[in-house]
Design a protein around this ligand. Structure first.
Ligand code: SF4
Length: 248
């Protein structure tokens, strides 16, 4: 994996050209969901509108523990895209919640620059902010992860499920441009996914589940349980390939 040093903290907070960027790296593969195994790079932006207790990217949003000016310095999107290698064909824009920036000129410019380089843009989102208008963006795929109980979703202030937004992503899923992704630890959480899917009329083929785990032993132990549980509902299953590759 290649992780270049980001430029020093910029003072320009002009969202015409700059976004808060936590990290940019490439020479990796997508570890989860329908694009598992695809060679890609990642652009991780700053800030999130949710505060999930088990979040593993708290450095993008948690001001109580991190100096966000340091962990997510304002960076010109042109600089971000220009450092990506010419061979790259897919970039995952992650965060935090990247769609917080969807209305900024800088976010639009970043998508345009990626498209000019013939790089597919994939966006990972918590599903609380509407996708960009169809036909008006260069986003190839949305990976949508609504937060259920295991991620603090039982707290209505943290959950923030927005039915109209979920419906917009469902529309994209029907067109093959989005998938719903759930990280689950056990059968009970698969049942919760099923309840959510029924509530929002999600097709099973749009849903991907994968084991919750912070180490590969737990991951591999849970994988058979998750496969059996998911298959009973017709859901897709993926592993978390990045964890296996890193042998955490
Ligand atoms: S939505 Fe994702 S990035 Fe935001 S707090 Fe929850 S787990 Fe972390």
């Amino acid at each position: 994996m290649t992780r270049p040093a980001l430029p020093p903290l910029a003072v320009d907070r002009n969202r015409e050209t700059h976004l808060p960027v936590n990290e940019v790296f490439w020479d990796v593969v997508q570890g989860e969901g329908p694009y598992t195994g695809r060679a890609c790079g990642f652009i991780r932006l700053g800030l999130c509108n949710l505060h999930c207790p088990p979040c593993d990217t708290a450095q993008t949003w948690d001001r109580s523990r991190y100096d966000l000016a340091t962990t997510c310095p304002d960076t010109a999107v042109e600089v971000v895209v220009n450092q990506l290698p010419r061979r790259l064909r897919m970039v995952v824009i992650s965060s935090g919640e990247p769609l917080l920036w969807r209305s900024t000129p800088a976010f639009t410019t970043m998508l345009e620059l990626l498209n000019q380089r013939d790089i597919e843009a994939h966006v990972e989102t918590n599903g609380t902010i509407a996708p960009l208008p169809q036909g008006a963006s260069f986003v190839r795929h949305y990976s949508v992860s609504p937060k259920l109980t295991a991620m603090g979703g039982s707290d209505p202030h943290k959950r923030q499920i927005k039915p109209d937004v979920i419906a917009a992503f469902a529309h994209l899923a029907a067109a093959g441009r989005a998938a719903f992704k759930f990280v689950v630890a056990n059968q009970a959480q698969i049942v919760e996914v099923a309840d959510f899917a029924a509530e929002h009329a999600l097709e099973p083929s749009w849903i991907w589940v994968m084991p919750e785990a912070s180490d590969t032993v737990t991951l591999l132990n849970r994988q058979p349980v998750i496969v059996a549980g998911a298959a009973a509902y017709g859901y897709n299953v993926s592993t978390r390939l990045h964890m296996i590759a890193q042998r955490r």
